[in-house]
Design a protein around this ligand. Structure first.
Ligand code: FMN
Length: 351
């Protein structure tokens, strides 16, 4: 896929997830195999007011590049200033603008999904940003006010005219949050109206789902969010499924289901498992240790340990003894304590 002048090898993108897709997590997913990673959303106001916390979100590492940095805001001048600054500092390979966040605190400032309802301001922002940056510019949208997708189609076509280089579409309405299911048919309907790449997003829980989305909708790449939290290998599994030229419709029939949300995760995963490499528990434990040590380096030991109390367990959800492991992790205060617990749990599998 080519986004502007940038060649992206592959078809998978790690979604921006506020509070989660910080540098340590992005690095892990990149190492597991993923074409493009995105920062969590960065406040343009925070950047312009020199907020230390905002700046920390912009830390990057050559290993994870190319990197898409997502910004949010509502003032064209501020958005352009922030985007130009990020480009000048070499902090991103792509600037993405958030048109999809439905959190009240963001929407009431006119940012996020509110931009989809104010097309004039959205256009001013896109023109202002496009004028000052030369790296690719992308946007991430939702369906809009209602499930017809009219807002999305209007914004996407306007964005293309303004020189936006790719669009990510999460087909849920503004008020839906993460409830209900993503309507993939809207991705399929939008695709023929665009000459720039379209990235589909929403409810991919297995490698098979990822391949199915591309197969069914014709989108150029898929973005995965929540499923990567417990399975950072999902993106590389999608790539290998696509590379094998598997008959996706056939694999899908084998799963006996036709929708990503209705399908049982385990059944779906077992079908994906026929085509994708099975990971050993040792591989998973080594990812957990890498995430822990990278997080300690990035956030400091106290903060990282607090985060890891809930996050490490995501990787072993449903495994035997996982609830005891979860309970033990809930008190960790040091990296050595966490490593000891991981090793103990890991050893319980080799006995
Ligand atoms: C905890 C959390 C944080 C999120 N943060 C962002 C964000 O910063 N920017 C954004 O555009 N979308 C954000 N999203 C939406 C995701 O990028 C994605 O569109 C959504 O989760 C649907 O994809 P999935 O079904 O693969 O998770 C967030 C979602 C979650 C669950």
């Amino acid at each position: 896929m080519k986004i502007g002048n940038l060649n992206i090898e592959g078809h998978t993108v790690l979604a921006p997830l506020a509070g989660i897709t910080s540098l340590p997590f992005r690095r892990i997913v990149k190492r597991c195999g993923c074409s493009l990673v995105c920062s969590e959303m960065v406040s343009v106001k925070g950047l312009l007011y020199n907020s230390e916390k905002t700046f920390s979100l912009l830390q990057s590492d050559p290993e994870e590049r190319p990197l898409s940095v997502q910004i949010f805001g509502s003032e064209p001048c501020e958005m352009a200033k922030a985007a130009a600054f990020i480009e000048r500092q070499g902090m991103a390979d792509i600037i993405d603008i958030n048109f999809g966040c439905s959190v009240k605190k963001v929407v009431k400032t006119g940012a996020g999904v509110a931009l989809m309802q104010n097309i004039a301001n959205a256009e001013d922002i896109l023109r202002a940003v496009r004028e000052v940056i030369s790296i690719p510019l992308t946007i991430k949208i939702r369906s809009g006010r209602d499930s017809s997708g009219t807002d999305a189609f209007r914004i996407a076509q306007m964005a293309q005219k303004c020189g936006v280089d790719a669009i990510t579409f999460h087909p849920r309405t503004a008020s839906q949050g993460f409830r209900g299911k993503a309507d993939w048919t809207l991705i399929e309907r939008l695709k023929p109206h665009l000459s720039i790449p379209l990235v589909g997003n929403g409810d991919i829980v297995s490698a098979l789902d990822g391949a199915k989305m591309i197969n069914q909708t014709g989108c150029d790449a898929v973005m995965v969010g929540r499923a990567a939290l417990s399975n950072p290998f999902i993106l590389s599994d999608i790539e290998s499924l696509l590379a094998q030229n598997t008959d996706i419709a056939d694999a899908d029939r084998l799963s006996g289901k036709d929708s990503p949300v209705n399908s049982s995760k385990s059944l779906n995963e077992s079908i994906s498992g026929q085509y994708c490499k099975t990971r050993s528990s040792d591989e998973i434990f080594s990812v957990m240790k890498e995430l822990l040590s990278d997080s300690v380096e990035y956030f400091g030991e106290a903060t990282a340990c607090k985060m890891m109390r809930s996050r490490l367990v995501w990787f072993v959800k449903g495994w035997p003894g996982c609830s005891t492991f979860r309970r033990d992790l809930s008190n960790i205060e040091s990296m050595s304590q966490a490593i000891r617990l991981i090793n103990e749990y890991q050893n319980s599998f080799s006995r």
